[in-house]
Design a protein around this ligand. Structure first.
Ligand SMILES: NC(=O)c1ccc[n+]([C@@H]2O[C@H](COP(=O)([O-])OP(=O)(O)OC[C@H]3O[C@@H](n4cnc5c(N)ncnc54)[C@H](O)[C@@H]3O)[C@@H](O)[C@H]2O)c1
Length: 269
């Protein structure tokens, strides 16, 4: 396996492979921060090769490359990985709400007969959303995070709200998933997953609450349609090395990799 991005998620996945939790070998990694890739390699028992650039990672002799880097990495690198005949697991799912990127990635899968895996990330219930896809009228995601976990988002560049000055819980954004992933690219991948599994990014509604009292990343999903309705609430512990990322996102990726690597028991859709 190859790894693109050695931050919070990439490192935890690498540890899961290194410890044998996932039955695979991590042989090649790349991060544009040499520091981050070095820090990771130093902690691994089975040392992968650190490639000089992403092209060499894409061309390395692996079956699958895990993208755990950024939306830019999906836009710039996923097609080349598919062209090099590798499957890809994408974590920065928000990038796929850009229709041109989505089409390029899907065409790449078809042209080179390769697959893209999108793990469930920081939410649960995507199996249900997919099952009722044709009967859905309404999907709403309400995300509550500490302002610290939202800091640095593009949204604040044009907003009058200063994340450092939020003293009580407030709704800072309400709109479509399409717009939310652009304004909060590192925070709201779950909105992208919900859109892709359900009724699309224009119709999927998103509300973001900044709550200085929140110690967890909370996602509530409300879905309604001909099938009936359901609601789901997940209260996620943030990753210690990146408060924007929930621990569940990493665990879901590890579970997805176990399945890809042929775990004998597969539960759920
Ligand atoms: N699917 C989900 O539910 C979900 C949940 C949380 C995070 N994410 C996304 O997964 C990605 C990784 O998250 P993280 O918490 O590990 O982030 P992180 O910031 O801790 O780590 C990202 C690493 O990738 C590297 N990087 C960034 N862009 C790169 C590029 N173009 N080429 C090479 N290296 C690059 C950075 O140097 C960093 O080491 C982010 O895009 C994040 O938004 C998805």
């Amino acid at each position: 396996m190859g790894l693109l991005g050695c931050g919070a998620i990439g490192s935890e996945i690498a540890f899961a492979i290194d410890s044998g939790k996932i039955s695979a070998k991590l042989t090649h990694i790349y991060d544009f921060s040499k520091d981050n890739s070095k820090k990771l390699v130093d902690k691994l028992q089975h040392k992968p090769v650190v490639t000089e650039n992403v092209g060499l990672l894409a061309a390395s002799p692996v079956d699958l490359i895990i993208e755990a880097a950024s939306q830019d990495a999906v836009r710039d690198d996923v097609l080349s990985i598919l062209q090099n005949r590798k499957d890809v697991m994408i974590m920065s799912v928000g990038a796929l709400l850009d229709e041109s990127i989505f089409d390029i990635v899907m065409d790449g899968c078809r042209d080179f007969n390769k697959r893209v895996y999108l793990p469930s990330g920081a939410i649960i219930g995507l199996d249900g959303i997919r099952a009722v896809q044709d009967e859905l009228d309404l999907v709403t995601l309400v995300t509550t995070k500490n302002p610290k976990a939202l800091k640095g988002a593009k949204f604040f560049e044009t907003s009058t709200i200063d994340p450092d000055k939020i003293t009580a819980s407030i709704v800072i954004y309400e709109g479509s998933a399409q717009e939310a992933v652009k304004l909060f690219p590192a925070n709201i991948n779950v909105a992208a997953l919900l859109s892709l599994a359900g009724i699309g990014s224009e119709k999927t509604r998103v509300k973001i609450i900044a709550d200085p009292g929140a110690s967890k990343n909370i996602h509530e999903i409300y879905a309604e349609g001909k099938f009936g309705k359901f609601s789901i609430k997940v209260e996620n512990v943030p990753s210690p090395s990146n408060p924007k990322t929930s621990r569940l996102a990493t665990l879901a990726a590890i579970e997805c990799l176990k399945k890809i690597c042929g775990a004998p028991l597969n539960i759920g859709t």
